[in-house]
Design a protein around this ligand. Structure first.
Ligand code: BV8
Ligand code: ZN
Length: 257
């Protein structure tokens, strides 16, 4: 059994020497900020059937229920602060921008998140791609116009100022395509990266979950941080088991303790 400390040191060296890292995060990185994940016991999906609150059909069936679900998540996220894992990623991005091995030829750190809570941006990360949209925005179901930020308590059944159409949360539901610009940016970054770090995701939902595998297929080392094994574990170069809030500050620190 390899010494976990040794694994962490090797994974850390890869990240410190990386020229174009890509990072993918899921709900697990926000768990220590008090935001419930989807699949943990008592998680979001236990309270509500995915079909009722995270599909277009569910929204059409009962838009009030869906707006209440997202209002509750916005209320919970509005009191949450970024945790040490979010902040470690923001510092890592700043370091790369300042001291990248050769800042001329390495792109900025690309942080791909499945989360809609906005905590990466609150922590100071600047190159964030919100693959599944944002809790803080709404868009018109008819004309597609986006309105951000939405107030904490969106009046049930808000309508579009332009066309009076029904506004919907600006998120990607199951069965809906991701924003082409965002998924293209994620695919390009994955095809150009030299290390791929996956943090706090059960890696089940596609196409996001396929990104680390696409990197691994190119021979790029995948580093996983999670409480438990996931479908990524079998092909990851390093799987570091534990809390993201405890592992990331060490993994991404310039001076290891
Ligand atoms: C698409 C936004 C095609 C909304 C989300 C059958 C029918 C319909 C679709 C499908 C189907 N079969 C497959 C599909 C495709 C589907 C899919 O993948 N389904 C899965 C269930 C099999 N995907 C889609 O539908 C996507 N669209 O395919 O479109 C298409 C193409 C062209 C034209 C038309 C259609 C859209 C998917 C996006 C759905 N939206 N979110 C909202 O948030 O409300 S998904 C949502 O769930 C999240 O964004 C995230 O992606 C996923 C939850 O995953 P995680 O973030 O990983 O959270 P989870 O709770 O699962 O896990 C937490 C992890 O953290 C755990 O591993 C835990 O151990 C760990 N952890 C916990 N605490 C910590 C920790 N780790 C470290 N430290 C800690 N402290
Ligand atoms: Zn409209």
């Amino acid at each position: 059994m390899r010494d976990p400390r040794d694994l962490e040191r090797q994974a850390r060296r890869l990240l410190m020497e990386a020229r174009s890292p890509v990072i993918l995060t899921g709900a697990g990185i926000s768990a220590e900020s008090g935001i419930r994940t989807f699949r943990d016991s008592g998680g979001l999906w236990e309270q509500h059937a995915i079909d009722d609150v995270a599909t277009l059909q569910g929204f059409r069936r009962d838009p009030e229920l869906v707006w209440r679900f997202y209002n509750a998540r916005r209320r919970s996220a509005s009191t949450a602060s970024p945790n040490t894992a979010h902040r470690a990623l923001a510092h890592y991005e700043q370091r790369l921008r300042r001291y990248g091995p050769s800042s001329a030829d390495h792109g900025p750190l690309i942080l791909l998140t499945q989360n809609i809570d906005g905590l990466h941006q609150k922590a100071g990360s600047r190159h964030v791609v919100e693959l599944h949209g944002t809790l803080w925005g709404a868009r018109c179901s008819e004309c597609g116009i986006r309105t951000t930020p939405v107030p904490l308590e969106v009046p049930i059944l808000p309508s579009c100022e332009e066309c009076d159409g029904l506004l919907r949360p600006d998120v990607v539901w199951f069965g809906e395509p991701l924003d082409p610009e965002r998924i293209d940016r994620a695919l390009e970054a994955t095809d150009a990266c030299d290390v791929f770090l996956v943090v706090g995701t059960s890696a089940i939902v596609q196409p996001a979950a396929g990104l680390p595998y696409q990197a691994a297929r190119r021979g790029v080392p995948v580093i996983e941080v999670n409480l438990e094994e996931t479908p990524v574990t079998r092909y990851a170069a390093y799987s570091l088991f534990g809390k993201a809030g405890e592992i990331l500050p060490e993994l991404l620190s310039e001076q290891p303790s």
